[in-house]
Write a protein that binds this ligand. Structure first.
Ligand SMILES: Nc1ncnc2c1ncn2[C@@H]1O[C@H](COP(=O)(O)OP(=O)(O)OP(=O)(O)O)[C@@H](O)[C@H]1O
Length: 374
């Protein structure tokens, strides 16, 4: 797939800016805080309707404006699509394809695919389990757009169940585990949660061998990367009914603690994705360089897996990471990309690129929310 044009209106520090991409690689160069990452964030939003910066919609809208709009023209094997995402201060969003409003967001997801790689991704190794869950969820949204709906349903049930537990936490009418209202929430939590768990499991099963192969190739086979999905609900059985039963059993076991703490302690909101290198947890393993190798392997695996599933190469968004990789890892990445994946790269200095790369790239200068070609 190929992003031909991108237009940003009242988005972050862009007033109204249109960019036409004319090469498989575009390098966005500029000082800090000029709007380079903002542009990549706009593409990421079109791909996933999420921002890895965890921004709220009102942060994405230009200060003082009521709405922001991102518009893109995307070429795929099936033809050209025109994508529009409108963000409003009240949080309401609308999406359109070829000028027609799309009612369900999941019908918009999956048109544009992109893998984002920024220095924040080192948090995949060092950060909390929530960082890894968000990463996996964002990947899944692109592999199976219906997952966005499934996850939304689970989170809704979780919020309502939590509110119920909280409300009754100190109630004089001590809530007991036989409560019928609670039993209804339990059943819904188990049904929606099972859908989340099974999809996360399938995605990791497909991603893990690809990431391990990349990691072996970059590390010269001296290190073995293992990625293991470690669900909060035991997943020995694969059938949905069995997973649901295991879910309900675990709720029973933790019932007293849940009532006491007034919150849901069981479910995929407590899952972990374990990353180990040579059987040692990656966060404890080795240097920053080795942790970067791991993240690079994950990103290359994401690219490959999305390409396998959607049958077209996704875009790659490299936010200020190339300079952080040593020349060997840079070359691994550049070799893998070649001209197959359209790549948008941000940097503060063109000096970190080799001449061949510079010659084959479109160079765009970013200054205070404006983009120029020289
Ligand atoms: N909602 C907003 N309205 C107006 N300006 C905004 C908004 N959100 C962010 N900005 C501005 O965008 C700029 C940050 O841009 P961005 O994060 O893209 O930086 P960058 O060019 O990638 O630089 P760096 O190399 O530091 O990452 C800041 O000047 C910030 O004030």
């Amino acid at each position: 797939m190929y992003l031909k044009t991108l237009q940003l209106r009242q988005f972050r520090n862009y007033q109204d800016q249109k960019v036409e991409f004319n090469a498989a690689k575009a390098i966005l160069v500029g000082n800090n805080a000029q709007g380079k990452s903002n542009l990549l964030e706009a593409v990421e939003l079109l791909a996933t309707l999420r921002s890895h910066r965890m921004a709220r919609d009102r942060d994405l809208i230009q200060d003082g404006a009521e709405f922001a709009q991102i518009n893109a023209s995307l070429e795929r094997d099936v033809g050209i699509s025109d994508l529009t995402l409108t963000l409003r201060r009240n949080g309401r969003r609308s999406v359109a394809i070829n000028g027609e409003i799309v009612r369900r967001q999941m019908d918009f997801l999956g048109v544009l695919n992109a893998v984002q790689f920024s220095s924040l991704d080192l948090e995949l190794v060092r950060g909390s389990p929530e960082v890894r869950r968000n990463w996996l969820d964002t990947l899944l949204i692109q592999l199976e757009p219906v997952y966005a709906h499934i996850l939304h349903q689970y989170n809704q049930v979780l919020r309502q169940r939590n509110a119920f537990l909280k409300k009754n936490q100190e109630s004089a009418l001590a809530l007991n585990t036989q409560n019928t209202q609670l039993a209804l929430w339990d059943a819904q939590l188990a049904t929606t949660g099972t859908r989340v768990i099974r999809r996360r499991d399938r995605a990791i099963q497909r991603l893990a061998p690809i990431a391990a192969a990349w990691h072996a190739s970059i590390s010269g086979s001296t290190e073995i990367l293992e990625i293991k999905y470690s669900p909060n609900i035991p997943l020995e059985q694969q059938q949905p009914e069995q997973v649901q039963q295991a879910f309900l059993n675990k709720i029973q076991q933790r019932a007293v603690a849940e009532l006491y703490r007034g919150t849901t302690l069981v479910g995929p909101h407590r899952d972990e994705v374990e990353l180990t290198i040579n059987q040692t947890p990656a966060r404890q393993y080795g240097s920053q360089g080795q942790q970067r190798t791991l993240v690079l392997a994950l990103k290359l695996a994401e690219l490959q897996l999305i390409e396998e599933v959607v049958k077209e190469p996704p875009l790659l968004l490299l936010d200020d990471v190339l300079a952080e990789l040593d020349p060997y890892r840079q070359n691994q990445l550049l070799d893998a990309i070649q001209d197959r994946f359209q790549t948008l790269i941000t940097t503060t200095h063109l000096s970190s690129f080799d001449a061949q790369w510079l010659n084959s790239s479109q160079i765009l200068f970013v200054k205070a929310g404006e983009i120029s070609i020289n």
